[in-house]
Ligand binder design. Structure first.
Ligand SMILES: NC(=O)c1ccc[n+]([C@@H]2O[C@H](COP(=O)([O-])OP(=O)(O)OC[C@H]3O[C@@H](n4cnc5c(N)ncnc54)[C@H](OP(=O)(O)O)[C@@H]3O)[C@@H](O)[C@H]2O)c1
Length: 267
């Protein structure tokens, strides 16, 4: 029987690539979008869902289960970026980011778990970020939202293992998608104490995304995780140095690691 997969944020970037790849491999794929009617030519069906709206999550999952009778894989992919000096990011935007990147995926997991427990099987893949393994300057809120989801993943995996369910996270490095255009940028404030270093870091971040890897690499990685009998709790996908930065954080003294990051961002 073909596995039923739900991927949040299937309208662009990583979610679209993963959805297309799994569809072509024969999975029964459902994606989501806040505005499915605006997305033309999706090769798999898109259900309306906003991760900030619990009712829309429950209704989307109920609709899929009503049609398929099961839910084998959920990929919590929907997410948004946020940049800025912490002092200058409006608190409402910090909360909004956590609603999408942290509370949203939790609500999706809560809505999917009853069906998975009933089936005695299921896999939830949380798309986090390499930035979630370290606090990055001018990306504090993004790092924190993804890091928090990584810890939820670790904890929940132990809570549901005995029900035959696995929870894992996949942390991408930089991938060339629309993420930079959809991200909240705290405006550069003329005369602000952060104006010059933030402007430099922002330019560097945008360049990293534009020259990032092809999202098809994420599609292959996620396909391989789905095919793995006993998946690990953490996966990292991306350029060698981006993945290696997590290893360095474990190995190096804090002061040296911080210096290395500051040199990298020319701060
Ligand atoms: N690209 C990278 O370099 C990179 C690196 C690390 C991690 N990631 C993570 O990878 C995931 C996918 O990002 P991407 O790079 O593919 O970005 P993207 O091209 O901007 O796609 C984001 C997707 O999320 C959906 N989305 C955004 N807000 C949503 C909300 N409130 N409710 C439901 N869906 C929402 C969008 O769908 P609609 O607009 O159609 O609703 C869209 O399909 C994100 O979690 C991101 O944080 C990306």
């Amino acid at each position: 029987m073909n596995k039923v997969v739900l991927i949040t944020g299937g309208s662009s970037g990583i979610g679209k690539s993963v959805g297309e790849f799994l569809h072509h491999k024969g999975f029964v794929v459902y994606g989501t979008s806040r505005n499915p009617e605006r997305v033309l030519n999706s090769v798999f069906p898109l259900v309306a869902l906003d991760v900030r709206n619990t009712e829309s999550i429950q209704s989307a999952i109920a609709k899929i289960i009503a049609v398929t009778g099961r839910l084998d894989v959920v990929i919590n992919n929907a997410g948004v970026g946020i940049t800025g000096p912490l002092e200058e990011i409006p608190t409402s935007e910090i909360k909004n980011n956590f609603e999408t990147n942290f509370f949203g995926p939790i609500e999706v997991m809560k809505a999917a778990l009853p069906q998975m427990r009933q089936q005695k099987s299921g896999l939830i893949i949380n798309v986090t970020s390499i930035a979630g393994y370290m606090g990055l300057p001018y990306r504090s809120v993004y790092s924190a939202s993804k890091g928090a989801l990584e810890l939820i993943t670790e904890a929940l995996n132990m809570e549901v293992k005995s029900f035959g369910i696995n929870i894992t996270n996949v942390a991408p490095g930089d991938f060339a998608t629309n993420i930079a255009s959809g991200r909240f940028h705290a405006p550069l404030i003329k005369g602000s104490a952060y104006e010059i270093p933030y402007a430099k870091t922002l330019a560097m971040m945008d360049e990293h995304v534009d020259s990032g890897s092809n999202p098809n690499e994420m599609a292959l990685a996620i396909y391989n995780i789905i095919q793995t009998k006993n998946p690990k709790v953490h996966y990292k996908v991306g350029a060698f140095m981006q993945k290696f930065s997590i290893v360095l954080k474990r190995l190096l003294p804090d002061k040296i690691y911080e210096k290395m990051l500051m040199n990298h961002y020319k701060l």
